[in-house]
Ligand binder design. Sequence first.
Ligand code: MD3
Ligand code: FE
Length: 203
Amino acid sequence: WLEALGPGALVWRGGAAAEAAALLAEVQALVAQAPFRHPVTPGGFRMSVAMSNCGALGWVSDARGYRYDAVDPDSGRPWPTMPRRFGELAARAAAQAGYPGFAPDACLINRYEPGARLSLHQDRNERDFSAPIVSVSLGLPAVFLFGGGRRSDPTTRVPLVHGDVAVWGGPSRLRYHGVLALKDGEHAATGNCRINLTFRRAG
Ligand code: MD3
Ligand code: FE
């Protein structure tokens, strides 16, 4: 079922549950080619979330800044191809939310281990903010923080569990957001971590 979060933003509860195992098998194959790493922010901090990418473009961060790049800086090779199943799920979710024709060219794969968090930020490295962002949660549950147009705006807490698919577009596309520190736990599908797939039109 669909749960509205705000203008242009909703969660499709359980939207990926039926194919979660297949998605995680794809993740395993992808990170064999482009292993998880902890990016360093331009300010010099090691991120607690481990990341990889697939698709034509991947999100990278280093001392020079945040950007999308076609090449994995750790290997010098292009990012692995986005599995067909990934793009189709993202497009299906976006269409249900009122964004037909979503064709993501970037999939960021985030791995949260207990204690890992993502502080409040905006996603603004993409070229075109008219495309939504679709995110798929797998494994351990997390608490998502959904803010407003300014960092100081109040936030609401949204629980995201295994199989949930969220779509953020339109007036919500540039809202501040983050993820609270992951609680320790064990999930049958992922063990002691949460995997989040974030689909974007970046180029
Ligand atoms: C709301 N990832 O990678 S995805 C990120 O769970 C990121 O790994 C989180 O934020 C995660 O940048 C949350 C959900 C998300 C992504 C983009 C948004 C929510 C958003 C953009 C605007 C508003
Ligand atoms: Fe984000």
